[in-house]
Write a protein that binds this ligand. Structure first.
Ligand code: HEC
Ligand code: HEC
Ligand code: HEC
Ligand code: HEC
Ligand code: HEC
Ligand code: HEC
Length: 418
């Protein structure tokens, strides 16, 4: 039985978006800058929401083993608008989320059939590993300055069972004293896909069994024999996995190191391009869809992740990269003025070099730029629904009036320091 630290900050894999969704109601830059009134600028509150990673992935079946459970993280920041400035609202409100048109997950994934085998005994269907469901109330984290719901067990199948990796949530902000709705953000992408195609190489039938048998034969384990007796394993029982806070067993390579390193010279077995899209969603899902994808970058660019061997080798000496906790940076290409906070991932960083007075480490990078892999302006229209709603422009937040009146100037004001 696996025992997991539930202090997960982020779970999931990269990814998502099929061309079918490009024909949504939102196009990039529908109005010239300043040509039309800023939508909702008279409202008192501005609501920013973002997924942490830009795509989360889970397996088609948990019958054989578990890589990661279905688990998605959404973060929200709320600002009260004012002529003098904008104040972050950290109490006196409740921040609710509800996945649009997607009200259950059990049956869309078999996770709950096997959850007890993986160290989640008594987990009720449709409840995620940290207790969150497809609708719920977010918690405020004073340390992080955001409202958050972790491990939302959303699937890419809506209630008509149509596959769409760009599922959306509605965010509703209420006054806790009056119950009145103060503000909403009706359509924010909660990206998820089960497009993980181990079967391309491990066989279309008995995929999990074949994988376990290969592991036993090559690495001296008895995972398949255990399965026959009803004992299922999470890969993170032995392979350290920072996505789950699982320490692994000393001497066994981390999960990311093992899976990428071992498969690095196997990828010629498929023609999927980039090769990352065999196990990460995917050829259909197309995780990488943001501003940099529009400019032609792929996952394997040397300033992004690089190839499989580098994802693995970077975890050994001399760099000893920690999987999930050390990833490519915006600053690596854009320079210090546009860099993350020192030692922090993009998804955990805040604007630290804005105009005088905004230099309070209060606004998440993701509030203005969206998740990694889906940076505004995204190539997928639905990703841009939020900035379109906030500022009437389907691109990153560039209009001061979204948060407060009057000012003009440059948001990344000062020099250096990210
Ligand atoms: C591009 C082809 C390809 C894809 C995609 C692929 N594998 Fe493999 N994998 C292989 C080959 C080839 C082997 C070696 C099989 C053997 O020796 O019997 C292997 C072996 C393994 C092993 C045994 C490693 C060892 O040394 O113990 C595991 C575990 C494994 N794969 C897991 C996975 C999982 C999980 C996925 C999907 C997330 C996956 N593989 C996707 C080609 C692939
Ligand atoms: C009971 C412990 C255990 C479990 C559970 C486990 N592994 Fe392993 N795994 C190992 C050991 C031990 C090795 C061999 C490490 C070595 O050779 O240094 C290994 C090796 C591997 C390798 C080959 C690494 C390489 O570079 O040769 C892959 C890939 C792999 N495991 C994937 C998986 C996957 C996927 C799962 C879940 C289905 C999994 N493992 C579950 C213990 C485990
Ligand atoms: C053979 C299957 C497979 C392929 C191919 C693959 N990955 Fe992964 N990758 C995984 C799995 C499984 C995980 C989740 C590991 C975990 O649970 O921690 C993962 C996790 C990751 C992570 C997060 C962990 C870390 O090391 O920081 C990154 C980044 C990543 N992959 C990048 C890539 C890139 C880039 C490529 C293409 C060059 C790629 N992967 C190709 C299976 C694969
Ligand atoms: C691999 C290098 C690279 C990385 C990493 C990178 N960018 Fe970019 N980015 C570029 C390039 C090059 C352009 C200009 C593309 C063009 O002209 O079409 C760009 C354009 C942009 C733009 C558009 C600027 C404008 O005014 O139109 C934004 C916003 C942006 N990046 C944000 C980010 C964020 C946020 C991150 C980190 C999550 C990031 N970038 C990471 C290379 C990168
Ligand atoms: C309040 C909204 C806001 C926040 C928060 C914010 N940005 Fe920006 N960002 C902008 C605007 C507006 C621009 C374009 C104008 C400019 O260059 O200042 C921009 C531009 C960028 C660019 C593209 C620069 C280029 O070369 O064209 C990158 C990269 C970037 N930001 C990264 C970040 C990072 C990293 C963070 C967090 C540390 C962050 N941003 C926080 C609004 C924001
Ligand atoms: C994402 C929301 C957001 C956007 C967009 C934004 N600001 Fe701010 N601004 C804030 C926050 C939050 C504060 C800090 C308020 C506090 O906590 O004291 C602030 C404070 C300020 C202050 C100090 C005001 C005071 O009285 O203390 C100035 C000046 C300022 N911003 C300028 C700008 C300019 C210029 C722009 C457009 C280029 C801009 N802001 C866009 C959120 C925003």
């Amino acid at each position: 039985m696996a025992v997991f630290g539930l202090s997960l900050v982020s779970l999931g894999l990269l990814v998502a978006a099929t061309p079918a969704f490009a024909a949504g109601g939102y196009g990039p830059g529908p109005r010239a800058r300043g040509a039309a009134p800023i939508s909702k600028s008279s409202a008192k509150y501005a609501v920013f929401a973002a997924n942490d990673l830009g795509m989360h992935c889970f397996q088609r079946s948990y019958a054989g083993f578990m890589i990661l459970p279905p688990a998605n993280n959404m973060k929200v920041q709320v600002f009260r608008r004012g002529s003098e400035g904008a104040s972050p609202v950290t109490s006196g409100i409740s921040v609710e989320y509800a996945v649009n048109g997607n009200t259950y997950s059990a049956g869309k994934t078999d996770f709950w059939t096997y959850a007890a085998s993986y160290g989640f005994p008594g987990l009720k269907p449709n409840v995620g590993i940290t207790g969150n469901k497809l609708t719920g109330t977010m918690k405020y984290s004073a340390a992080d300055k955001w409202w958050i719901a972790t491990a939302i067990p959303v699937t890419p199948y809506d209630d008509q069972l149509v596959f769409n990796p760009l599922q959306t949530v509605r965010i509703t902000v209420r006054s806790t004293s009056t119950g009145k709705v103060l503000a909403t953000q009706p359509k924010v992408v909660i990206p998820v896909s089960d497009e993980q195609r181990c079967d391309y190489c491990h066989g279309p039938v008995n995929t999990a069994e074949n994988i376990l048998q290969a592991h036993d034969a090559r690495s001296g384990t008895h995972l398949y024999g255990d399965l026959l007796t009803g004992v299922r394993h999470a890969c993170s029982e032995c392979h350290k996995d920072n996505a789950l806070g699982a320490p692994g067993v000393a001497g066994v390579p981390s999960f990311s190191q093992a899976i990428h390193g071992f498969h690095a010279d196997k990828m010629t077995m498929t023609s999927v391009s980039p090769s990352c899209y065999t196990c990460h969603p995917g050829a259909v899902t197309k995780c990488l869809r943001g501003r940099m994808a529009a400019a032609g970058f792929t996952c394997t660019d040397a300033r992004c992740h690089g190839g499989m061997a580098r994802v693995s080798d970077s975890q050994g000496p001399p760099t000893n990269r920690e999987a999930w906790l050390q990833e490519p940076t915006c600053g690596g290409c854009h320079g210090a003025k546009y860099a993350e906070n020192p030692g922090k991932l993009y998804r955990n960083s805040y604007l630290a070099n804005g105009p005088e007075g905004m230099n309070g480490n209060k606004i998440m990078c993701e509030s203005c730029h969206n998740s990694p892999h889906a940076e505004w302006a995204s190539t997928m229209a639905v990703d841009n629904a939020e900035p379109l709603n906030l500022q009437g422009l389907a691109t990153y937040i560039k209009t001061c009036k979204v948060c407060h009146g009057g000012e003009t100037g440059s948001i990344h004001g000062g020099g250096g320091g990210g």
